[in-house]
Ligand binder design. Structure first.
Ligand code: PDD
Length: 278
C-alpha cells in the first residue's frame, strides 16, 4: 500500500495534511474509487472524466489533468508493488490548504491518492446474496456529484449493518434512488429496471457498464423511477459498485426476493462485468 500527495509518493500513515485543509474542515472536495484487475484499471478514463465533472460542479479546478492522473496511477501502482495485481485506487481532490473561511481560497487544489490491494468480496456473499433495508434519503439535491460529504450515507449504512443488513437503499418522495454506496436494480419478467441518471443519484460507472452489457445481451432495460413496493416485487434485485461489482440481493426488509436465491440475470450480468474488466 502507498499514498500520494500533490506530486509525492508517501507512506499511507504519514501525517501530511495540515489542520486548515478544506477537505477535512468542510468536506470541500470530490473523490473517485477505481478498481484495478490484474494491473489494469477498469474504466479509468470514465472515472477520471467523472472526477472532472464533479470538480466542475463544485467550481473546483483540479491540479492535474486526466492524462497526468493516469500517469500517476500507473506509477503509484508500480511503486506500491501492485503491478499486475488486483488493487483499489482512491483519489481525492479538495479546494486545498488555507485558513478556514467559507469563501473559496485563492490557492491550488490538493490531490491525494491511496493505492491498496483490492478488498475481496467473500464468495459466500455472492452465492447467498445479501440483505438490504430501506432508508429515507435525507441527502441533498446534487447526489450526482461524487462529493466528500458522505454523512447521510455512512449513517444509513451503519444503521443497516447494526441491524444485520448489508446495504441501505434510499427512497425519496416515494421513489427508490440508490444504495448508500451502490446503485440498485430490479429484474421483473426478464426486464432490467433501474432509477434514471438524474441529479438524485450517482451515475455509477459500474451502472454504466451493467446497462451497456445488458443491452449487448438483449436484456430489455428500463431507466425509470419505481417505488419500494415495485423493488420488493422484483423477481431479482441486485446492487452495483466499483467495489462489489454486481451483488445479488436476496432479502429486502427481511422478506425473500423472488425465490430467495440469486437470480439468473444477476449472474449473467456479474459474469459479463467480470469478463469486461479482465
Ligand atoms: N461508491 N452510489 C453511491 C452513493 C456511491 O457512493 C457509489 C460508489 C455508487 C456506485 O458507483 P460506481 O459504480 O461508480 O462505483 C453509487 C464508492 C465505491 C465508494 O464510495 O467507495
Amino acid at each position: 500500500s502507498l499514498g500520494f500527495h500533490n506530486g509525492e509518493f508517501i507512506a499511507l500513515d504519514q501525517k501530511i495534511i495540515p489542520i486548515d485543509e478544506r477537505g477535512h474542515q468542510f468536506g470541500d472536495g470530490v473523490y473517485e474509487l477505481i478498481k484495478v484487475y490484474k494491473g489494469a484499471p477498469f474504466m479509468m478514463r470514465e472515472h477520471l472524466v467523472r472526477l472532472e465533472k464533479s470538480a466542475k460542479a463544485i467550481r473546483l479546478q483540479l491540479n492535474y489533468s486526466i492524462d497526468q492522473l493516469e500517469a500517476i496511477i500507473a506509477d503509484g501502482l508500480h511503486r506500491a508493488g501492485l503491478a499486475g495485481q488486483d488493487a483499489e485506487v482512491y483519489i481525492q481532490s479538495t479546494r486545498g490548504i488555507a485558513t478556514r473561511l467559507h469563501t473559496f481560497p485563492n490557492v491550488e487544489a490538493s490531490t491525494t491518492m491511496t493505492f491498496r490491494p483490492a478488498r475481496v468480496i467473500p464468495a459466500e456473499l455472492r452465492e447467498r446474496g445479501v440483505a438490504i433495508t430501506l432508508a429515507v434519503d435525507e441527502r441533498w439535491a446534487n447526489c450526482y456529484i461524487k462529493s466528500l460529504n458522505l454523512l447521510p450515507n455512512i449513517l444509513a449504512k451503519q444503521a443497516a449493518v447494526d441491524n444485520g443488513y448489508y446495504e441501505a437503499v434510499f427512497f425519496r418522495d416515494g421513489y427508490i434512488t440508490e444504495g448508500s454506496s451502490t446503485n440498485v436494480y430490479a429484474v421483473k419478467d426478464g426486464t432490467l429496471y433501474t432509477p434514471p441518471a438524474t441529479k438524485r443519484i450517482l451515475h455509477g460507472i459500474t451502472r454504466h457498464a451493467v446497462l451497456r452489457l445488458a443491452r449487448e445481451l438483449n436484456i430489455p432495460v428500463v431507466e425509470e423511477e419505481f417505488t419500494p413496493d415495485f423493488l420488493s416485487s422484483g423477481d431479482e434485485i441486485f446492487i452495483s459498485s466499483t467495489t462489489i461489482e454486481v451483488l445479488p440481493v436476496t432479502t429486502i426488509e427481511g422478506q425473500p426476493v423472488g425465490n430467495g436465491q440469486p437470480g439468473p440475470i444477476t449472474r449473467r450480468l456479474y459474469d459479463a462485468v467480470i469478463a469486461d474488466a479482465t
